[in-house]
Design a protein around this ligand. Structure first.
Ligand SMILES: C[S@@+](CC[C@H](N)C(=O)[O-])C[C@H]1O[C@@H](n2cnc3c(N)ncnc32)[C@H](O)[C@@H]1O
Length: 276
């Protein structure tokens, strides 16, 4: 994690910073000062912004509430074909991204980063992406994300840069780009003003360690299924109580792990048979 701001000559929100980086390795995007920034090291920079360019995250990106700087790993490669990988030491299938090449890309990203900017490798071995981590990352000044490909990345570069490994779940993706977009989406929506209605992040799943209550909208009856009466009662206290009860019931049924943690936080016995 780097918490040393690199020198910048700020001119309004646009800042120019001296860099030893060759021009071909730099992103075209202007650098907005003081804006949460995701730098993404990838062999597929064209995959960005992808779905992040749509809807609320896309609008916030255009409005400069956060910024995205894909960094193409390929130009860091060596030789005529700009090779970035080699065969695994000790043998075995596939290829491994080289420490020296990935290392140079991370060093450049760190030199451009401002304030607290953790370096994260998207990896099935990592700690699971969850709402507390997204909240923590939204408080930082940005992130440097490393998207793996092939068999992954030489371990030494992860050690050298004290990289945090983060997983999307217990399955194997072909590359880190989809996981990077998921992490950015979960984080950026917690940045103030990105979602029009901040209250929605306070009520949704995981905000209080519970899954969200069921949602309904018009029509009032659909295929013989009516919206629960209490939601149409206009009685706010009863509605809040019903939603809390449903959130607790769903969490207890579907996610005993979350339920235990929630009950422990509220000083209650998770095994005590509570009427829900
Ligand atoms: C084919 S995978 C490599 C899998 C690796 N050989 C292993 O068995 O752990 C290629 C890249 O996809 C990304 N990836 C795969 N699964 C992921 C997951 N569950 N979460 C985050 N990133 C993942 C990582 O960046 C990884 O380096």
């Amino acid at each position: 994690m780097s918490d040393t701001p690199s020198p910048s000559r700020a001119a309004g929100r646009l800042s120019a910073r001296p860099s030893a980086q060759p021009r071909e390795l730099m992103t075209d995007a202007p650098d907005l000062a003081g804006v949460w920034t995701a730098q993404v090291i990838t062999l597929f920079p064209q995959a960005f912004p992808g779905v992040l360019g749509e809807s609320l995250t896309g609008r916030a990106l255009k409005d400069g509430l956060w910024q995205l700087q894909p960094i193409d790993l390929r130009p860091y490669g060596e030789g005529r074909h700009r090779n970035v990988d080699d065969t695994p030491a000790g043998g075995g299938a596939g290829m491994v991204l080289r420490a020296d090449i990935v290392g140079r890309a991370i060093e450049d990203a760190k030199a451009r980063a401002k304030g607290v900017t953790p370096v994260i490798y998207l990896s099935p071995r990592g700690r699971r992406l969850d709402q507390p981590l997204a909240r923590e990352l939204a408080q930082a000044d940005g992130v440097i994300l490393l998207c793996g490909r092939f068999e992954g990345v030489d371990e030494r570069v992860l050690e050298e840069h004290e990289v945090l490994e983060v997983s999307l779940g217990d399955f194997v993706l072909t590359g880190g780009e989809i996981a990077a977009q998921a992490l950015i989406d979960a984080t950026v929506r917690l940045i103030p003003r990105v979602l029009g209605n901040q209250a929605s992040t306070e009520e949704e799943s995981f905000s209080d360690g519970l899954l969200e209550h069921p949602q309904y909208t018009k029509p009032a009856v659909w295929k013989g299924r009516a919206i629960p009466e209490v939601l149409l009662s206009g009685h706010h206290a009863k509605i809040t109580g019903w939603r809390r009860e449903m959130a607790e019931r769903l969490t207890k049924e579907r996610r005993p792990d979350l339920w235990r943690a929630y009950r422990a936080r509220h000083d209650a016995d998770p095994d005590e048979d509570r009427e829900l």
